[in-house]
Design a protein around this ligand. Sequence first.
Ligand SMILES: Nc1ncnc2c1ncn2[C@@H]1O[C@H](COP(=O)(O)OP(=O)(O)OP(=O)(O)O)[C@@H](O)[C@H]1O
Length: 295
Amino acid sequence: MGRCSTVSDDDDSRPVLDVADLEVHYGLRRRRRRALHGVSLTVNRGETVGVIGETGSGKSTLARAVLGLVRATSGRITIAGEEVTGYSSQQWRALRRRGVVQYVFQDPLRSLDPDLTVEESLIEPLLIQGVPRAEAAARGRAYLARVRLADDLLGRLPGELSGGQRQRVAVARALVSEPSLIILDEPVSALDSANRVGVLEILKELRDAGVSLVFISHDLGSVVGVADRIAVLYQGEIVEVGPARTIIKAPGHPYTRLLVGSAPTLRSASASRAEREALRALLHARTEADLAPAR
Ligand SMILES: Nc1ncnc2c1ncn2[C@@H]1O[C@H](COP(=O)(O)OP(=O)(O)OP(=O)(O)O)[C@@H](O)[C@H]1O
């Protein structure tokens, strides 16, 4: 199976995702909270970009903004050459129906309709696009094989699958319409280690086949083997972005150093406890100085 086709244009030089100076606030007046500040990120066609950060850093908010599930307070989001920032919910629905951007969430039950069989879930996006049923069914089966699941699961409901099988079906469903971009928000976090390895292998194959992916995770170790570039999100801001190898070998920001130092498998020697505490203190000092509350 080849590269995912381009849905809305065929200019390969244009980023498939261009997020510029994105700001997202939640709540009103005194409850107003800034979740993202000045976030800029591009994903080139065929590129896999990892976004890592600890809990509450704004990873899901970024995913939701790019999927039109949360509104940008300011900034610009362009997907496959289409500026979507000011889209109404109707326009977002139309964009999703065209299959330009697809998603996989941590909990596959959020990505899959519990009342649709695996086959129905796989062919639904294609039928919406007007693909004839027989062709849609054939493509659904092909993508099921691509995530290494057998045809005998086609008649099952999501509730009749294991967690790992469900997440593979969610990945196959995201792929079936051959979108320009797939957003994966913590796709392996809820899986046991065998399934995690299996799904990461599938993501690597997709990357090698030239599918454009955003892989969001709190776990640097999961992202590092899959992503071409990694963006580090800290308290709603991207503090560092670079090739995966550079992020691991020469992390620039104290928070990235802390992440790398806390993941012993990523370095020959993990940071000592004293080093980690020194980095935490440095981070704390920066946070106090740099991050003003939302106005
Ligand atoms: N619907 C909401 N209303 C108000 N605040 C929210 C809402 N959703 C998220 N937040 C806040 O925005 C910030 C970023 O949340 P977000 O869910 O994007 O973080 P995350 O990095 O995905 O965290 P996790 O890894 O725990 O999922 C947090 O401070 C969170 O409490």
